[in-house]
Design a protein around this ligand. Structure first.
Ligand SMILES: *[C@@H]1O[C@H](CO)[C@@H](O)[C@H](O)[C@H]1NC(C)=O
Ligand SMILES: *[C@@H]1O[C@H](CO)[C@@H](O)[C@H](O)[C@H]1NC(C)=O
Ligand SMILES: *[C@@H]1O[C@H](CO)[C@@H](O)[C@H](O)[C@H]1NC(C)=O
Length: 217
């Protein structure tokens, strides 16, 4: 065989390998998605497809997301990744921590370090009734035990910072304000980011972070 011939057959073989790899890759992608449209997940029992991160077939304020990382099947979950504020699943609904939720008047929802929901006396409920009840004003407790307004500057906070929730901590604290997409509002809009790997285990609302709940801020 001449040198040119060798190079040509080498080229043909390489090209063949590339084509086969591309084909196999496509095949594997194809097998993974069960739904005709991109961004959709299948509900296993009904074989119906719904756009991921939307309400889909879910009740109340749950959203439809992958039941496992990279799964083509969906399951209903709380929008854990959409908010920095800890979200607690209880009997088919998602609630923000330190909201009254399903608790009695004067109580609010907390979470144990193991992630179980508990109703406890709301230490800030006095504040609410003392002040004129302004719509959208929410009182939360910061580390030193004081009740302060969420989303506002509080005494002792660095200048320009506001009391906000941070991912990774249950309790709110002083943080520099964010300029984009402030999310202090209610749980409603179902548009959430992908759950990080390892955070899918859950009570029924899937996608619960597996970490312990950290209060030490
Ligand atoms: C789908 O449902 C069938 C039974 O209805 C079950 O055997 C199977 O494991 C389910 N698959 C997934 C991916 O949930
Ligand atoms: C909520 O529960 C945690 C863990 O039991 C506790 O440390 C904390 O004081 C409770 N209340 C608030 C407002 O963080
Ligand atoms: C959410 O938490 C992250 C990290 O803790 C922080 O950088 C970000 O500003 C927070 N976002 C909001 C809207 O508070």
């Amino acid at each position: 065989m001449s040198n040119t011939c060798k190079w040509i057959s080498f080229g043909v073989v390489s090209l063949g390998v590339v084509v086969i790899l591309v084909f196999l890759y496509h095949l594997s992608q194809e097998n993974n998605s069960k739904c005709p449209n991109e961004g959709e997940l299948m509900q296993n029992d009904t074989r119906e497809c719904f756009k991921r991160e939307t309400k889909g077939p879910c009740f109340n304020n749950l959203v439809f997301v992958e039941d496992k990382p990279r799964s083509p099947y969906g399951a209903c979950s709380c929008p854990y990744m959409e908010f920095n504020r800890t979200i607690i699943y209880y009997e088919g609904q998602c609630y923000f921590v330190f909201s009254q939720a399903y608790c009695n008047e004067g109580y609010w929802l907390n979470v144990t370090t193991h992630g179980e929901p508990v109703c406890e006396l709301n230490p800030c409920s006095q504040q609410v009734t003392q002040e004129l009840e302004a719509v959208g004003v929410e009182w939360v407790q910061i580390k030193d035990g004081r009740c302060v307004q969420l989303g506002k500057w509080a005494e002792g906070c660095p200048e320009g910072s506001t009391v906000r929730f941070s991912r990774n901590y249950v309790r709110p604290s002083c943080f520099q304000p964010v300029t984009l997409g402030q999310t202090i509002g209610a749980i409603s809009a179902p548009s959430i980011r992908k759950c990080p790997a390892g955070s899918y285990l859950a009570i029924s609302g899937k996608c619960q972070p597996t970490m312990e709940f950290d209060f030490d801020y």
